[in-house]
Design a protein around this ligand. Structure first.
Ligand code: HEC
Length: 238
């Protein structure tokens, strides 16, 4: 290969390529400029998570339900993200907005759908349906391949544990106040009572301190804040 082109000029980059030390310096400078252009805006633009007005942190009881959801691996079969396509919106409702996940640590978007998306399941069924479905999915959904979770009906949750979760989440930015953390036992009791009373009207006798109650609280909450904000017209449209 010749260093000169068809017109007989020596191409500039050929000269540079011959001076390896200078070339290395120039390459480094070029990469640094690229790095600065990418990294500086991340710290200077002040962009945090995109917020959606009306989306509030989970209550203590719902948080316990969410922890069960994680420990039982529900996310391996269920996604929590309605995509902005017609088929999804017709089946599940409003597509999911980024702001709805502001208080989710970790995100439970899910990457696999052996079961339906759950991001808008809150309010879709009565509490009693969830109770029976968790005890034995085939009792409410004939032929379901979802495993039963009967121990949720008996296992008790630990209020001190939930308070520890609230404190941990506050460390990563969820705005729980001291009053909310200290008042968690009473708030849990009140929310659990409501669910127990609704179950009673369906003929189910349940204790308020069981995991199933927390699971129901969480499932009934899913997607509700976002739906309320969207129907109030405060969220972006596609
Ligand atoms: C092996 C996969 C699998 C796992 C694990 C799983 N599910 Fe399901 N789930 C399904 C399938 C399939 C359906 C649809 C049939 C039915 O209703 O049971 C379903 C349905 C549901 C529904 C009703 C959704 C709707 O819109 O009708 C809820 C709520 C639900 N699952 C919650 C959970 C929870 C909570 C867990 C974890 C404790 C869980 N699932 C674990 C497969 C799974």
């Amino acid at each position: 290969m010749s260093d000169t082109n068809a017109r007989g000029y020596t191409a500039a980059h050929r000269i540079l390529e011959g001076k390896s030390a200078l070339f290395a310096v120039l390459v480094t400078v070029a990469i640094l400029i690229g790095g600065i252009v990418e990294i500086v805006p991340m710290f200077s633009a002040g962009t945090g998570p995109e917020m959606l007005p009306g989306v509030t942190p989970y209550t203590a009881l719902e948080l316990r339900g969410r922890d069960i959801y994680i420990s039982e691996g529900c996310y391996t079969c269920h996604s929590q993200m309605v995509r902005p396509t017609r088929a999804e919106v017709m089946r599940y409702g409003e597509w999911s907005r980024a702001g709805e996940y502001a208080y989710d640590h970790p995100f439970l978007l899910g990457s696999r759908r052996l079961g339906p998306d759950l991001h808008r399941v809150g309010g879709k069924y009565p509490d009693a349906w969830h109770y029976e479905h968790m005890r034995d999915p085939r009792s409410t959904s004939p032929g379901s391949v979802m495993p039963p979770y009967p121990w949720m009906l008996h296992d008790r949750y630990d209020v001190a544990d939930i308070q520890a979760s609230l404190r941990a989440l506050r460390k990563v930015g969820v705005p729980y106040t001291d009053a909310e953390i200290d008042g968690a036992p009473a708030a849990i009791e009140a929310q659990a009572r409501g669910i127990v009373d609704r179950l009673a009207t369906a003929g189910i006798t349940a204790e308020p301190d069981r995991d199933i109650i927390a699971m129901i609280a969480y499932l009934q909450r899913l997607g509700k804040d976002g739906r309320a904000a969207l129907s109030a017209g405060t969220a972006a449209t596609p």
